[in-house]
Write a protein that binds this ligand. Structure first.
Ligand code: GLA
Length: 388
């Protein structure tokens, strides 16, 4: 595409024309627009029912990313360290079969409902809905076959906003017990600075609930390089939602001050993770929703910073969402191994899932996750990468 533009410009210059106006909607990547190259598609395997899965490679502004049409999974995310050396900073697998067989949501899009709904039930407009039960008594991450296990339609783009993918999935009325047909569009964009932006949108034809997120496990030192306990995390949140024994919020918005949950000024993840705090004992580490001080915002605002002092890699997150689930990889038990061939043990990666609070459909004082016909659900999260 760039070649054809150069050819056009060269021909124009030869003809004495100094400026060529681009036709509206022209697909070529204008280098001055920082659009980057068009994503590249390759086969990634076939599911048992014969559906073909593809892998897309995106690159812009110094960030490289590989995304699967299966689950919208970010299979790898490569960013440079302070010396410009690249590493894949997301946990994942080499082969499709491993994602299908038993993935703890590595890199996946999560829907219809990120995190847990207590008792796998909720009532909306006086009607009770029973959801797919897949986590003790609860429904986790959309149920047994959530959006992480669906094949998405993928359309690449490259333009002024950057290079990226538009992923679409239509979830049928009643899927996993949720009412309404939900039409979902998720856009991954890598901009000219190498920032990774996720735009979520959804519409429904019946009143329903929705809470979408991304389940990338980060290890800024590189996947398979050991644990993230030395990473420093800062979260702009003065409160969090404590949980019961099955990780459902009790409904309380508890202050983080004076507890291991205080990340307001930044601290190493390992500093308090083994404190004898009952909430840490129950969850086997951090697996909680932080209530972001900024609340729900129209445009993405600062939420958190993750920094690996060894490599110097830094990730800053901004979101429109009111909550941030920080999960310290507590259930990784050494039975899975990544593309590096090294096994993943507890704490070898962490998730920072921007979201509405878990179990909101059953907690009337939490911000609402109800979506009605005629409305559009929207959520934006931006990950900015740096090294220093
Ligand atoms: C989320 C949950 C965790 C766990 C992981 C997946 O982060 O909060 O409890 O289920 O997903 O293993």
């Amino acid at each position: 595409m760039e070649t054809s533009r150069r050819t056009v410009l060269a021909a124009a210059a030869a003809a004495g024309i100094t400026a060529v106006a681009a036709a509206p909607g022209t697909a070529y990547a204008d280098p001055s627009a920082k659009g980057g190259r068009m994503p590249v598609k390759e086969p990634f395997g076939t599911l048992a029912d014969g559906t073909r899965v593809h892998r897309w490679t995106l690159e812009n502004g110094g960030t490289r990313m590989k995304v699967l049409s299966y689950g919208g999974i970010v299979q790898s995310l490569e960013i440079p360290d302070r010396y410009g050396r690249y590493a894949n900073v997301s946990l994942g697998f080499e082969r499709l079969e491993d994602y299908v067989a038993s993935s703890p949501y590595f890199g996946a899009l999560i829907g219809r409902y990120g995190n847990r709904i207590g008792g796998s039930r909720f009532t909306l407009d006086g009607r009770e809905y029973a959801l797919s039960v897949n986590d003790g008594p609860n429904s986790l991450h959309g149920g047994a076959a959530g959006f992480d296990k669906r094949v998405w339609d993928v359309e690449p783009f490259s333009g002024p906003a950057g290079t990226g993918l538009v992923l679409r999935y239509a979830s049928a009325d009643g899927e996993m017990g949720y009412p309404g047909r939900l039409d979902v569009t998720v856009t991954y964009t890598l901009d000219g600075k190498g920032d990774w932006r996720i735009d979520y949108a959804a519409t429904t034809d019946r009143p329903t609930v929705v809470n979408l997120t991304s389940h990338t496990y980060f290890n800024l030192a590189g996947e398979g390089s050991g644990d993230v306990l030395g990473h420093e995390l800062r979260m702009a949140a003065s409160r969090y939602t404590p949980t019961d024994a099955t990780l459902i919020p009790t409904g309380q918005l508890a202050k983080v001050a004076g507890t291991p949950f205080d990340f307001r000024h930044g601290k190493p993840i390992g500093r308090d993770i083994r404190a004898a705090h009952p909430q840490l004992v129950t969850a086997k580490g951090f697996d909680h929703n932080w209530v972001l001080d900024k609340g729900i915002t129209r445009s993405p605002e600062y939420a958190a910073t993750l920094r690996d002092p060894r490599s110097g890699r830094i990730m800053r997150m901004a979101t429109t969402e009111p909550g941030l689930q920080f999960y310290s990889g507590n259930f990784l038990d050494g039975t899975l191994s990544g593309p590096s061939g090294r096994t993943y043990r507890q704490g070898d990666g962490l998730c920072l899932e921007t979201q509405h609070f878990p179990d909101s459909p059953n907690q009337p004082h939490f911000p609402s996750t109800v979506l009605r016909p005629g409305e559009t659900y929207r959520s934006v999260t931006v990950h900015s990468f740096n090294a220093g």
